[in-house]
Design a protein around this ligand. Sequence first.
Ligand SMILES: O=C(O)C(=O)C[C@@H](O)[C@H](O)[C@H](O)COP(=O)(O)O
Length: 350
Amino acid sequence: MKQSIIISKCLNAELDFHIKSFNPDKVFIIVDNITEKFCLPRISDIPSLKNAGIISICSTDNSKNINSLTHVWRSLSEQKATRYSLIINLGGGMVTDLGGFAASTFKRGLKFINIPTTLLAMVDASVGGKTGINFNGLKNEIGVFNNSDIVIIDTNFLKTLDSENICSGYAEMIKHSLISNEDIWSKLLTFDILAPNLNDLSYLLEDSIKIKEEIVKNDPYETGMRKALNFGHTIGHAFESLSMIKQSPILHGYAVAYGMICELYLCTIKVGFPIEKMRQTVNYIKHIYGIYDFSCDDYEVLYELMKHDKKNTANTINFTLLENIGKVKINFTASKEDIFESFDFIREGL
Ligand SMILES: O=C(O)C(=O)C[C@@H](O)[C@H](O)[C@H](O)COP(=O)(O)O
């Protein structure tokens, strides 16, 4: 399951080299309607991509579904992809997750390269081999662990992003710092992500990728400590699904940011996470991401959604909690009352 992650200043030369080394019979590029317009032109002159087939899907996360997947499988089939073909996923987390799953399942698996174009996909989605789609209103319900053969990261793509997408990816970077390293956490909490210096952000991004890479290397199939990377997601995914149900979707990173506020509250009441660090992080998150608009009427639905989290066992909702920054406790349960209290906390404060 080894995955090479290359941060490159010469994307085209790098990509051309790797495509040639795979010697595929055909190359397919999976894009969404946004990366097709703004990112594909950056690589389309590469000689080895001259006859590449382009497969385009819709860009929003609610398109990460069986219909888009079927469209990709059908396009591969109609354009006669073989097991010796190569897929390039050019896009954000939706494209790398869905494209990775399509590549992993079509004819039982083709080689694929991820070229993440959003901050979220660079630091998180394209790394570590979680591929899949949403199903039945639930996040990433169907999928497989399968690493792309290579990830090539070109931070120039950050220039194509709006502030919301930068902030969305940054939430996963905050998560990486919370689960691993107080120095990085301090740096992130003083960084102005609303008016970011992209050069400085590129350095922070490299640290963040290393954190994820190290965790995934030690537990690729999430049997243990990889669950650290799911901090904020037990509640975050429920917020994200609720927003889809209400037909006012929010970006994944925003859902994770709100999920982290609730789960940091659980960390303080359940495992003694220092209250001052919790306040600092919560204030920073609220300053960047604003508030999540929901009411007591949503609590039961959220709780039902959380019953589908992949870390659960039997009837127990399991969390990844933190005793302190970098001190991770996995498989920690919380009562329904505690969870509802954490919802009160994000809505009303302490
Ligand atoms: O790579 C992981 O492991 C993660 O949990 C990273 C998460 O940030 C990511 O959003 C992941 O896709 C969530 O996966 P899921 O298993 O909870 O669906």
